[in-house]
Ligand binder design. Structure first.
Ligand code: SF4
Length: 332
């Protein structure tokens, strides 16, 4: 039983019970004066303009820039986190600026960014800031993107889907024990959240960071691809990303490029139409090809587009529609 002076946070599956003056596991949701709040509301600790390819999103407004913000904290604690200096920090230990939703929207418009990303740390834990900025962005003709681990309860995810246009969701491994031991989370809520996003029409791409000796298991990758195919469909792009030693996993080597290529091959052989390799420069695995006739559609080098041959979202050779959101016009 929960005492009346103990607040239950129902935002994510951690279900923290929090008393006055204390924070939940994510460090940013704190009970102050008898109210549970995100103390980071309107106070990002990171603000940048990125190419959208950096999120990575390859089928969503390619070649555009995206205003990207983050506040401190995270509800997971991945031992390999690439942004651990802000994701694993308490808000008071980071430098933040005052940036209310209307200023974020104005800044995006002033800099010619057609979309805003809630990224770097975990947008779930600055939920209210994301919701309000997103709905204001929508009213101003901008789109919204979450780059997330997707560790959130169903009801808040449903509300988020009403204002978010696209998401790159990390699927850290197709293994509950990996989630428990390496990330301090669980697998199932992440899978459920992705299915929900797809049902609600959010454009979804998935990133799987492959870490040597931890999740570099082709059988697991095969199972993951089968699950994606059956539950999200073959047009959900999968990005296999190269691990570099970081945070509590500095003792491991970077992922061998050959293994990433094998993972991509598994995905394509399983029937996934768009599989990419990320964090590796200058390979054909960064490009988009027509799944029907193999035509090179978008050629990339790093985060830069070299050429985009799509014609109104269609393959110029066979005329097949390539799924994605390809222009700034009406929402698809
Ligand atoms: S969002 Fe934060 S406070 Fe709320 S349940 Fe999750 S970890 Fe706990």
């Amino acid at each position: 039983m929960v005492r009346s002076d103990v607040f239950l946070c129902e935002l994510c599956p951690k279900g923290c019970r929090i008393t006055e003056g204390y924070s939940g596991d994510c460090r940013s949701r704190i009970v102050v004066d008898g109210e549970l709040r995100a103390v980071t509301y309107g106070r990002p600790c990171a603000v940048h303009i990125d190419p959208i390819e950096k999120k990575p999103l390859f089928h969503f407004l390619p070649g555009t820039t995206i205003l990207s913000i983050a506040t401190a904290g995270c509800n997971l604690h991945c031992k390999f986190c690439q942004n651990w200096t802000i994701s694993q920090a308490a808000p008071q230990d980071t430098t933040s600026i005052d940036l209310p939703p209307e200023t974020v929207v104005k800044a995006a418009r002033a800099r010619g960014c057609p979309s805003i990303a809630y990224t770097y740390t975990e947008p779930v834990i600055y939920y209210e800031y994301v919701l309000e900025t997103s709905s204001m962005a929508r009213k101003n003709g901008l789109r919204n993107v979450t780059v997330t681990a997707g560790y959130i309860n169903r009801r808040p995810m449903e509300l988020l889907c009403e204002v978010v246009d696209a998401s790159n969701t990390d699927l850290k491994a197709f293994s509950d024990s990996f989630y428990r031991e390496v990330c301090d989370g669980r697998l199932k809520p992440v899978l459920d959240g992705m299915v929900l996003m797809k049902e609600k029409g959010v454009w979804l791409e998935i990133t799987n960071l492959i870490i040597p000796t931890f999740n570099d298991d082709l059988n697991m990758i095969r199972k993951m691809c089968r699950w994606v195919l059956a539950n999200l469909g073959p047009d959900t792009p999968l990005h296999f990303s190269r691990f570099y030693p970081m945070y509590k996993m500095r003792n491991l080597p970077p992922t061998p490029v050959e293994f990433l290529m094998k993972a991509r091959r598994e995905a394509l052989d399983a029937g996934i139409h768009y599989a990419y390799v990320g964090n590796v420069l200058g390979t054909e695995a960064e490009n988009t090809y027509c799944p029907k006739d193999g035509t090179l559609l978008i050629e990339r080098i790093g985060f830069r587009i070299r050429q985009n041959k799509l014609k109104d979202g269609k393959c110029p050779t066979c005329g097949d529609t390539i799924p994605g959101v390809w222009n700034h016009g009406a929402r698809g």
